[in-house]
Design a protein around this ligand. Structure first.
Ligand code: HEM
Length: 405
């Protein structure tokens, strides 16, 4: 490694122990002093780090900025991601227009607001049932296992059209696939079983379609708009992309609200669904849980903010830094559930902006709108300094969240 590379800040940057929900202090300093600057990552490579809200919007919609993770300049999150890139099928997560546009069009339909809203009663029932069970069980309890983890997996099972009789299999295999501490061979075996299961279910839905996402993809496979393999991979991708993220927004979101009792009171006491919806976006902004940033590689030289990003260089977009940019959100370090928060970038920005954002918003609206009302005395059953935060995963989170009432 060159001396110049060694002197660069090492990304990801460290959060301050006393402010576990705030972005790393150094990332905030970079945003003020060097908003587009080089950093060093795990493999010694030196991609650019973009921290301002406005610069992220400009670059994430620039067609020269690519999601092609086969490009040698791509700034992989870790060694595992670098290793699997060449054997990963081309999906919406690693293609550019026009291929990305084609693939995204085949899966967008079920995720538009109008379609997603139809799932509200089913999601409300899932959340109500889990809270019933929680209230009947031990007190204190870990909110992660009681509510945060089961909600997204039950919801995605419902949305994909997994029959009720298979929920146990689906739930246990998906949590194993998502468990980063599981032995790799076990994870591979279960992941294979899950793909085979989804492939089989897709086949059934192609002959006997229902109102679910797999049936919709089955129709597209029959029409020749996507391959069967793409449909199965998309099913698995939806499960993985939506699980830990949504679960974390339930657990860490609850922690953030418990830390701000005046804000929690607004959420608990409102009769207005718009207030809940805005609170969800504000907590998304405040926490910006995708802590490894959005990663891209540049295909042609780009001049921006007095620097030239050369073709073949990587870029990391730090979402938390952008969402705490005072030019976009005055007093950004304040959790204020009534502020206009919708322009946050917690779901990314541009063509790859989160496919499941309307679903995630809906799940969180139901949870935030139900949990604190039904359990108004909910409180943390441990000191915040006792909580173990996950600093290494794609998603920032807590390993468990003991709560009592
Ligand atoms: C609070 C929960 C969630 C957060 C914070 C989140 C965050 C993100 C972010 C930041 C991206 C952009 C990645 C990039 O530009 O490279 C993304 C993409 C994506 N998300 Fe989510 N996500 C959430 C929930 C979900 C759910 C529930 C699903 C289920 C369908 C989902 C599926 C996806 C997919 C498939 C993509 C790739 C889209 C593309 O590349 O075109 N996400 N998400």
């Amino acid at each position: 490694m060159s001396g110049a590379a060694e002197s660069l800040p090492e990304y990801p940057l460290q959060r301050a122990a006393e402010c576990p929900l705030a972005p790393a202090p150094a990332v905030q300093e970079l945003r003020a002093a060097k908003p587009i600057t080089k950093v060093r990552i795990w493999n010694g490579s030196t991609p650019w780090l973009v921290t301002r809200h406005a610069d992220q919007r400009t670059l994430l919609t620039d067609p020269r900025v690519s999601d092609d993770d086969l490009d040698p300049g791509f700034p992989y999150v870790n060694a595992h991601r670098a290793e699997i890139a060449p054997v990963t099928p081309r999906l919406i997560t690693n293609t550019d227009a026009p291929e990305h546009t084609r693939l995204r069009r085949t899966v967008n339909g079920p995720f538009v607001v109008k379609r997603i809203e139809k799932a509200r009663p089913a999601i409300q029932k899932i959340v109500d049932d889990l809270i019933d069970t929680m209230l009947d069980g031990p007190n204190p309890v870990d909110l992660l296992t009681a509510l945060a983890l089961p909600v997204p997996s039950l919801v995605i099972a419902e949305l994909l059209g997994v029959p009720y009789k298979d929920h146990d299999f689906f739930q246990s295999s998906s949590s194993l696939v998502l468990d980063s501490t599981a032995p790799p061979e076990k994870a591979r075996e279960v992941s294979g079983a899950l793909s085979a299961y989804l492939d089989n279910l897709l086949g059934e839905k192609m002959t006997d379609p229902g109102e679910d996402v797999l049936s919709e993809m089955g129709g597209r496979v029959k029409a020749g708009e996507m391959t069967r393999t793409e449909a199965v991979h998309m099913g698995v991708a939806m499960l993985i992309a939506g699980h830990e993220t949504t679960a974390t927004m339930i657990s860490l979101g609850t922690l953030a609200l418990l830390q701000h009792p005046d804000q929690l009171a607004v959420v608990r006491e409102t009769e207005d669904p718009k207030v809940i919806a805005n609170a969800v976006d504000e907590v998304l902004r405040y926490l910006s849980i995708v802590q490894t940033g959005v990663r891209r590689v540049v295909k042609e030289d780009i001049e921006i903010g007095g620097v030239v990003i050369r073709a073949g260089e990587g870029i990391i977009f730090d979402l938390h830094a952008a969402n705490w940019d005072p030019e976009a959100f005055p007093e950004a370090d304040r959790l204020d559930v009534r502020r206009p928060a919708r322009t946050h970038q917690a779901f990314g920005y541009g063509p790859h902006q989160c496919l499941g954002q309307n679903l995630a918003r809906l799940e969180l609206q139901v949870v935030y709108g139900t949990l604190y009302r039904r359990i108004p005395t909910l409180r943390l059953a441990a000191g915040i300094e006792e909580l173990e935060f996950d600093h290494t995963g794609t998603t920032y989170g807590v390993h468990s969240l003991p709560v009592a009432w």
